[in-house]
Design a protein around this ligand. Structure first.
Ligand SMILES: *[C@@H]1O[C@H](CO)[C@@H](O)[C@H](O)[C@H]1NC(C)=O
Ligand SMILES: *[C@@H]1O[C@H](CO)[C@@H](O)[C@H](O)[C@H]1NC(C)=O
Ligand SMILES: *[C@@H]1O[C@H](CO)[C@@H](O)[C@H](O)[C@H]1NC(C)=O
Ligand SMILES: *[C@@H]1O[C@H](CO)[C@@H](O)[C@H](O)[C@H]1NC(C)=O
Ligand SMILES: *[C@@H]1O[C@H](CO)[C@@H](O)[C@H](O)[C@H]1NC(C)=O
Ligand SMILES: *[C@@H]1O[C@H](CO)[C@@H](O)[C@H](O)[C@H]1NC(C)=O
Ligand SMILES: *[C@@H]1O[C@H](CO)[C@@H](O)[C@H](O)[C@H]1NC(C)=O
Ligand SMILES: CC(=O)N[C@H]1CO[C@H](CO)[C@@H](O)[C@@H]1O
Length: 434
């Protein structure tokens, strides 16, 4: 048991420093450029961004992709996305490029653009689903026509310094690498064609880059101890944070919920100052099963979380028997250790976590079958080891603050050997110890 607590303590200490995500070790976003035709002064590329992360999506307002051209390339035109700035195209006459910047910044188009300006998987306002939740929606694509570029696979210079940005996104992208050309089926699926050249860029997420502080916290309670262990105070940082009391008259003003362009939240005042709190309640004990309740509360008045995801790590999740009102999917990380899984809402029922207020929460109950060899309510065993909301790890209560089972081992730990022996003996004799 001590080992568990030490492990929890160590993971709490180090979890914000590492880029590698042990719960999703191969999670990344891969950006693939397929050259689909050569043009007199360059090429046309189909660019596909695949989100291979199991439980981290790109939320509204969506992705922003940037890169540096290796030479003097320009973008003649784009389909399904656009450069945010045209830049200085003054040396062009007649036909003016879409973008002449050396480091273009690209954003997705919003839904609803005319059909003839779309391609498959474009125009979703930059929103990309998590792969574990909706693999078909975990992709975004656009087409770019590049000029003043190489016109053969020997003379093309790959773009450099890729960046994937957006509010709350902490991605680092590696260099572009030439990979085997993508092979496509023709629409009638009777013939295969091949890209003229393909390169990939891989981007990985680091929570520290997204924000210095966690963006969610966890609180605990149990049926066996009336103490509610709150989120640690200032879990998400208190400095320079404004907040609003939940009974404030300002909340009745029109437009108070309108999201800001810069993504600035309007938080309800709490001691933790997090936009999201996950509460884990150990609810019931049966002979062979136990039941926990999970509630997620939104404290941001300016944010609806669509397609939210919750990841929990707990040794008993390998024997999860029933999940009420959420979907559950195990994340099998290391072969036999099956202790981590993701939860998400049911479509049209609770996959939208509404802005702070009376509707700003979603909840579920889970039923787990006890593995009688490891199961215990002692030492906070029934609480999760790690919790992630939307791919960001949440701040947990300190391990020594977990609700204790009355008369639990931690009382024994404070006694002398002699006292414990007396208790043990009186227990064996069937006497009651107060
Ligand atoms: C990116 O993710 C895919 C899918 O999980 C994986 O096959 C690939 O190896 C990953 N790439 C890197 C560079 O980690
Ligand atoms: C390149 O990216 C695509 C996804 O966009 C992936 O299927 C493919 O495996 C990647 N190739 C390499 C060599 O990483
Ligand atoms: C370039 O194209 C030629 C044929 O046109 C092909 O043999 C060669 O493998 C290609 N090289 C790369 C790096 O794709
Ligand atoms: C890419 O970034 C590096 C380091 O920030 C910089 O030295 C280099 O000049 C950049 N390359 C281009 C083509 O902008
Ligand atoms: C959240 O969604 C509801 C219902 O779709 C909408 O009325 C509300 O304005 C949205 N709030 C925010 C902050 O976007
Ligand atoms: C992991 O646990 C889930 C949920 O109980 C179960 O459906 C799945 O079969 C388990 N996988 C392995 C490899 O044990
Ligand atoms: C409940 O748990 C707290 C620790 O969070 C502990 O201080 C308290 O003694 C426990 N209550 C009982 C009745 O054991
Ligand atoms: C009590 C019970 O069902 N235990 C099972 C929990 O899951 C592991 C592997 O996932 C099984 O080996 C146990 O039998």
């Amino acid at each position: 048991m001590k080992a568990v607590l030490v492990f929890v303590a160590i993971s709490v200490l180090f979890s914000y420093a590492v880029a590698y995500d042990p719960l999703d070790p191969s999670g990344n976003i891969t950006i693939k450029w397929d050259v689909i035709s050569w043009t007199p002064d360059g090429y046309v590329a189909a660019v596909t961004m695949n989100n291979f992360q199991m439980y981290r999506q790109i939320m509204s307002p969506g992705w922003t992709l940037g890169w540096s051209w290796a030479k003097k390339e320009v973008i003649w035109s784009m389909v399904g996305a656009q450069a945010t700035e045209q830049g200085d195209c003054s040396k062009f006459k007649g036909n003016i490029p879409h973008c002449c910047k050396r480091t273009p910044t690209i954003v997705d188009l919003l839904p609803g653009v005319p059909y003839n300006q779309q391609i498959a998987n474009c125009c979703k306002g930059g929103v990309i689903a998590a792969y574990g939740q909706d693999p078909a929606a975990a992709v975004s694509a656009f087409q770019v026509s590049v000029g003043l570029a190489g016109t053969t696979n020997k003379t093309v210079k790959l773009p450099k310094n890729f960046t994937l940005l957006g509010p709350g996104l902490g991605y680092t992208c590696g260099p572009a690498k030439i990979v085997p050309s993508t092979v496509y089926w023709t629409p009638d699926r009777r013939r295969k064609t091949q890209a003229l050249m393909t390169w990939n860029v891989t981007c990985t997420y680091t929570q520290m880059l997204a924000s210095r502080y966690p963006s969610c916290c966890v609180s605990f309670s149990s049926f066996y101890n009336s103490t509610i262990v709150p989120c640690p105070s200032c879990s998400c940082g208190c400095q320079h944070k404004n907040c609003i009391q939940k009974d404030s008259k300002l909340l009745t003003k029109a437009g108070v919920n309108t999201p800001r362009k810069d993504g600035q939240p309007l938080l309800q005042c709490t001691s933790h100052m997090c936009p999201i709190r996950v509460h884990w309640h150990v609810k019931l004990n049966y002979k062979d099963y136990w039941r926990a309740k999970i509630a997620i509360t939104n404290f941001n008045y300016r944010m609806n979380y669509t397609q939210w995801t919750l990841v929990a790590q707990h040794p008993n999740l390998n024997n999860i028997t029933e999940v009420f009102s959420f979907t559950y999917k195990p994340l099998v990380t290391y072969g036999s250790i099956n202790d981590t899984g993701m939860f998400y809402g049911l479509k049209y029922y609770n996959d939208l976590l509404m802005e702070a207020g009376p509707d700003g929460n979603v909840q579920s109950e889970i039923l787990l079958q006890k593995d009688l060899q490891t199961f215990t309510f002692k030492q906070g065993w029934a609480f999760p080891r790690k919790v992630y909301f939307n791919g960001d790890e949440c701040k947990m209560p300190s391990p020594d603050a977990y609700p204790y089972l009355p008369n639990s081992a931690h009382i024994f730990a404070k006694m002398t050997l002699q006292q414990s022996l007396i208790i043990l003996v009186s227990f064996l004799l069937g006497l009651r110890v107060v």
